[in-house]
Write a protein of this length. Structure first.
Ligand SMILES: [Zn+2]
Length: 257
């Protein structure tokens, strides 16, 4: 799981961003180790149908929709012929649905369409990136449906995969994601994706700014993940706090006007 690919990210996304050079080096490692990147939809479809997966399958995923995915990641993916999945928070992308709450420079829709045309699967990641398990049923439904409708409208295809913001889900969230029409969804956690996790709770591991080549090798081979996970939990809390602080500041500014 990647977020931003950026040389000079904003403070809020810094820890979870990866430099363009590190991303290129990591994709070299994926190739060297003989892994075959596939999309989220391909993984789930293989598991549903029983059709064999390619040798050493791996998912390369990007959450939120940062502009560097187009600028820096796409040329590297294209060079290797690697598949990937981008999960977009539709209210954060630049363009007609932009709600002004994004943490850094985001993709616009022509860039998302270009990524899709190059074979990147585009999945949903909610509209405003809330903690979905904290929402009531109506708000939850709105987040899921709005995201799906905007992606469908902008791309002409219905998104099939979803990633939970902050990796958070609950049984109720997973059921609503399924009811909305998503066929599979990705979480974040202490392990690699396995069929037994079920299609709505597949795990991912985090690649971050401090992930060096050695740790990256261990992560994609499923070794030493517990240590990575402990930092994930601390970070996810910090990320949520940054967002809350920004919202409080915005409200304070609005109430002064
Ligand atoms: Zn996210």
């Amino acid at each position: 799981m990647y977020h931003a690919i950026a040389a000079d990210p904003n403070e809020a996304t810094r820890e979870l961003s990866v430099t363009p050079e590190a991303f290129a080096a990591q994709m070299e490692i994926v190739g060297e180790l003989g892994h075959t990147p596939i999309t989220t939809a391909q993984l789930a479809a293989s598991w549903r149908s029983g059709r064999p997966l390619p040798e050493r399958p791996v998912l390369v995923t990007f959450d939120d929709g940062y502009e560097g995915v187009h600028r820096h990641a796409l040329p590297v993916l294209a060079k290797h012929g690697f598949a990937a999945t981008l999960f977009v928070s539709t209210g954060w992308l630049r363009g007609p649905h932009d709600n002004g709450h994004a943490l850094d420079t985001m993709l616009d829709w022509p860039q998302v369409r270009e990524l899709a045309a190059e074979g990147v699967e585009i999945g949903g990641h909610s509209h405003t990136h809330p903690q979905l398990d904290q929402l009531d049923d109506d708000a939850l439904r709105r987040e899921l449906i709005l995201c799906k409708e905007i992606v469908t409208d902008q791309l002409g295809t219905v998104p099939a995969s979803f990633a939970y913001p902050y990796g958070y889900s609950s049984r109720r969230v997973r059921e609503k994601v399924r009811e909305t029409g998503y066929a599979q969804a990705l979480a974040v956690g202490n392990g690699l994706a396995r069929r037994r996790q079920g299609p709505y709770a597949l795990l991912r591991v985090t690649v971050r700014r401090g992930t060096d080549a050695e740790e990256f090798r261990r992560l994609i081979e499923g070794r030493a993940i517990a240590r990575n996970f402990a930092r994930d939990r601390a970070f996810t809390k910090g990320y949520a706090m940054v967002r809350r602080a920004r919202q409080v500041r915005r409200k304070a500014i609005r109430s002064r006007v």
